[in-house]
Design a protein around this ligand. Structure first.
Ligand code: ACO
Length: 159
């Protein structure tokens, strides 16, 4: 449920070069440190702060000039379900518009039911399936909601 009072006190900005990467959050969204270190150098990391503490993060990348990808999005476990994820998705959409992207997209797994719900509610539509993506790219099985993460579902929003 959206917690308007909480959201009013959240400030989102790009991380400064001298700040430590919020690896705890990044690894919540993507269990592979190897995969994260591959996309970080070509991405922008943005953080959400509440009373000076980092409580969420979002990693954005532009694989080509007209589309923006959300590579990683995570909210502190204690604060999930109160509207911060949606706030970050809307923030990323505004950045994509500013960068003149024609669409914004995000990939998640076939087993990530809550994420698929959230992204569709935020206006993203399923446009592609990358079969066996998680089997090929992650050494250990990942289980969510009792289902194995096998395929990547790409959801896209035209801007
Ligand atoms: N299960 C069920 N429902 C969910 C889930 C979930 N995992 N996540 C969000 N929702 C629902 C909320 O209940 C809410 O529904 P409502 O509008 O009907 O009340 C709606 O989606 C909005 O949710 P928010 O509160 O804005 O989302 P939240 O702040 O919890 O952030 C996020 C969502 C980022 C997925 C968070 O749960 C999280 O950090 N999860 C762990 C990391 C993760 O899985 N990241 C995404 C991986 S994919 C990628 O990074 C590209």
């Amino acid at each position: 449920m959206i917690d308007g009072e909480l959201l009013k006190n959240i400030f989102i900005r790009r991380i400064h070069p001298d700040e430590p990467m919020p690896y705890g959050l990044l690894l919540d969204a993507d269990p592979s440190r190897k995969a994260i270190s591959k996309y970080l150098p070509s991405s922008e990391v943005h953080i959400a702060l509440l009373q000076g503490e980092i409580i969420a993060s979002i990693v954005l990348s532009m694989p080509d000039a007209d589309e923006l990808e959300i590579k990683n999005i995570a909210v502190d476990e204690k604060l999930q379900g109160r509207g911060i994820g949606r706030l970050l998705l809307d923030y990323a959409t505004r950045i994509a518009i500013k960068k003149n992207a024609r669409n914004i997209f995000i990939g998640t797994s076939n087993a990530s039911i809550g994420q698929l719900y959230l992204y569709q509610k935020a206006g993203f539509e399923m446009t592609e399936i990358k079969p066996n993506f998680f089997l090929y790219n992650y050494p250990d099985p990942i289980i969510e909601n009792g289902i194995q993460c096998k395929h990547m579902i790409v959801l896209r929003k035209d801007l």
